[in-house]
Design a protein around this ligand. Sequence first.
Ligand code: FAD
Length: 295
Amino acid sequence: MKIIVLGGGPAGVYLAISMKLKNPGHDITVYERNRDDDTFGWGVVFSDQTMENLRVNDPVSAETMISELIHWDDVAVHHKGEVIRSGGHGFIGIGRLRLLQILFERARQLGVIFHFETEFEVADIKGKFADADLIVAADGLNSKIRNHDLKAFDCDIDMRPNKFVWLGTHQRFDDAFTFIFEQTEHGWIWVHAYQFDEKTSTFIVECSTETYESFGFDKMDHEESAETCRRIFEKYLGGHDLMTKSAHIRGSAWINFPRVLCHQWVKDNVVLIGDAAHTAHFSIGSGTKLGFEDA
Ligand SMILES: Cc1cc2nc3c(=O)[nH]c(=O)nc-3n(C[C@H](O)[C@H](O)[C@H](O)COP(=O)(O)OP(=O)(O)OC[C@H]3O[C@@H](n4cnc5c(N)ncnc54)[C@H](O)[C@@H]3O)c2cc1C
């Protein structure tokens, strides 16, 4: 089959790998707007069970991931000066860029062709991809392919009201998936933090729209936002800064989370997978895992 994959995120690249493993004769090309050494976000987590499923599907990429993963077992909730801990959760963390590089390398070994720094358009489906047997739209939560025909994909998008910003820090959060709730003069604001490589942790800050506006985050640039968050959570940061990686987002670095639910994933020879088809809130650390499972 001639397979075109639109979007070189975890779902699209893992689909390409899995199809090649099933039949090396498939002709598979992935189109991705970013470079192969560039992506958005910091690290991601998934469960031990997800890792086990990946190992069954493709032991080669799974073993490379396992050799680099940060592992922890606990969830720790910081609330009103107390830390509530529970064990037995079994999570692993990895940098999003590192994860993608492992997958790119594995896909290339299997003969998948990549076109990086290449933007695709909806018109390409009937244009330059007209001879494809299968087109996989793995183009993420703002999927152009899905948004062009929301009705055909029976898609419901609910833009959630909270604001969040995806930051990084060199403070270590390597013993637990850490949730920190702080009460401030502008209302509650909270963090989801976890280690994803030897030196770096993901640090996602979330709050209500009212709290976001009261702090004036809507008027701050990315650096000011990160510095304000650093001051709010200073006592948890051990003297480390919060780092921003969202220069590509114009205006505020804070965004709303869209809950995407498509009841129909297939239209003609086009199939949606990953965030294009559905999203899972980042607090449950499952979006990447679901993308892999779709693939
Ligand atoms: C703050 C935050 C934290 C998260 N934490 C976790 C976590 O801990 N664990 C977890 O499992 N998940 C997490 N997620 C979710 C996870 O990031 C997504 O679910 C996952 O990336 C989905 O993979 P995907 O391949 O479907 O889409 P994406 O990763 O979004 O990939 C889509 C790709 O398509 C490309 N693309 C889109 N349109 C075009 C175009 N027109 N032309 C060319 N290329 C295009 C994009 O550049 C992108 O590379 C988090 C998400 C957020 C926002």
